[in-house]
Write a protein that binds this ligand. Structure first.
Ligand code: SAM
Length: 314
C-alpha cells in the first residue's frame, strides 16, 4: 500500500459472507475462477485477507467489484473495513439472542448472522419503513435467516418485557453525523464544498446537530443497558466528532458501571485508541482515522459484564 495520508485512496474491501462460502474457498474461487468467469481472474489475484478481520478481503483502490459474480450471488458483501469492526467486537456466538437496535440497511446485522452461523436470533429494529425494506432485501440476499426485522422505534420499546428476557447482546449503530465517511467529510471539512457551511451560523448549526445526535445516542445506550440478561453492548458510529464518540461514552459510563458493565478493550492490537482525557478508559476505545487507516472514520466501544459473561472482541 502507498504511505497513508489525507489523499491516499482507500483499498476496496469486501466481506466474505460465510453463510454462503468460507473465506478459503472464496479466495480459491477468486484466484482461479470457474471457466465462465475467467475474466475476473486478474482481479482475484490481487485479493488478500485483511490482517485484523479474518472474513474481510482487501483489493487495490479503485477495484470495481460491483458486477462481480460473487457479489451477485451474495458471497461477497461490499462493506468497508471500519463497518465490519462492530460485529467482530460484539463477538456473538452461535445460539445467542441478539438485538440490533438501529439496523437498516443491515450490513452489520447480516454480518452478525454470519458470525452466528445463522444459529440463534437477531431482532433487528428499524424505525424507517423504506430502510426496513432494504434490510429485508439484504437478509434475503445473504441468506441470513436468523434475522427478525421489526419496524419499531428502539427508544419506544420496553426492554424489560418478557419477550426480551433472553437478550444477551446488543449492537447499537445509531444515526450519527456520518462525519467519518467520504461523502460527509466533503460537507464537513472541505471549505470549497461548504455551500451550507457559511460562517459562524453554519458552524453553530453543525454543533447543535451533533449535540442533538449525541443526546439521542446516549438515550439509545441507556435503553440498551436495560435488557435484563445483557452481557455485551457494542456502540459504534461513523463519526469523527468527539462529542458523538468519547463524549457519549463519558455521559453513560456511570450508569453502565452501576449496572455492572465495564469498558472492554476492543481490538487490543489496533493502535488508534479513544482520545485520552475525554473519558476514563479511553485507551479501551477504538478510533479509526479516515486519513490514516485506509477506511472510513469510525468509533467502537464495547461495554461488557464480567462475571459469567463470555469475553471476546477481536
Ligand atoms: N447498522 C446499519 C448498517 O450497518 O447497515 C446502519 C445503521 S444507520 C447508522 C442508523 C439507522 O438507525 C437508520 O436506518 C435509522 O433510520 C435508524 N434509526 C434511527 N433512530 C432509530 C430509532 N429510534 N429506532 C430504530 N431505528 C432507528
Amino acid at each position: 500500500l502507498p504511505a497513508a495520508g489525507p489523499d491516499t485512496p482507500h483499498p476496496r474491501t469486501a466481506r466474505v459472507n460465510t453463510l454462503r462460502m468460507g473465506v478459503e474457498e472464496a479466495m480459491r474461487w477468486l484466484r482461479s475462477p470457474p471457466p465462465e468467469h475467467r475474466k475476473w481472474a486478474a482481479v482475484g489475484q490481487l485479493a488478500a485477507v485483511d490482517e485484523l478481520l479474518p472474513d474481510l478481503l482487501t483489493f487495490p483502490p479503485g477495484t470495481d467489484l460491483h458486477d462481480h459474480p460473487l457479489v451477485d450471488s451474495g458471497v461477497l458483501v461490499l462493506q468497508s473495513k471500519a463497518s465490519c469492526m462492530p460485529a467482530h467486537a460484539l463477538a456473538p456466538q452461535p445460539g445467542w439472542a441478539l438485538v440490533d437496535a438501529c439496523a437498516a440497511p443491515g450490513n452489520k446485522t447480516t454480518h452478525l448472522a454470519a458470525l452466528m452461523a445463522n444459529q440463534g436470533s437477531i431482532v433487528a429494529f428499524e424505525k424507517d419503513p423504506k430502510r426496513l425494506e432494504r434490510l429485508h432485501g439484504n437478509a434475503a440476499a445473504t441468506g441470513a435467516t436468523c434475522i427478525q426485522p421489526e419496524l419499531a422505534d428502539f427508544l419506544a420499546l420496553d426492554p424489560e418485557e418478557a419477550q426480551y428476557s433472553g437478550v444477551q447482546a446488543v449492537l447499537l449503530d445509531p444515526s450519527c453525523s456520518g462525519s467519518g465517511t467520504a461523502f460527509s467529510r466533503m460537507d464537513y471539512l472541505l471549505p470549497s464544498s461548504a455551500d451550507r457551511l457559511k460562517g459562524q451560523a453554519a458552524v453553530e448549526h453543525c454543533d447543535e446537530r451533533v449535540e442533538a445526535l449525541a443526546q439521542f445516542q446516549q438515550s439509545c445506550i441507556l435503553q440498551a443497558l436495560r435488557f435484563p440478561a445483557l452481557r455485551r453492548l457494542v456502540y459504534s458510529t461513523c463519526s469523527v466528532h468527539a462529542r458523538e464518540n468519547e463524549g457519549v461514552v463519558a455521559a453513560v459510563l456511570e450508569e453502565a458501571g452501576a449496572r455492572g458493565f465495564h469498558l472492554e478493550a476492543a481490538f487490543p492490537t489496533w493502535p488508534r485508541r479513544g482520545v485520552a482525557g475525554l473519558v476514563e478508559g479511553a485507551e479501551r476505545l477504538v478510533r479509526v482515522d479516515p486519513d490514516l487507516d485506509g477506511t472510513d472514520g469510525f468509533f467502537v466501544a464495547v461495554f461488557a459484564k464480567a462475571e459469567g459473561g463470555q469475553e471476546g472482541g477481536g
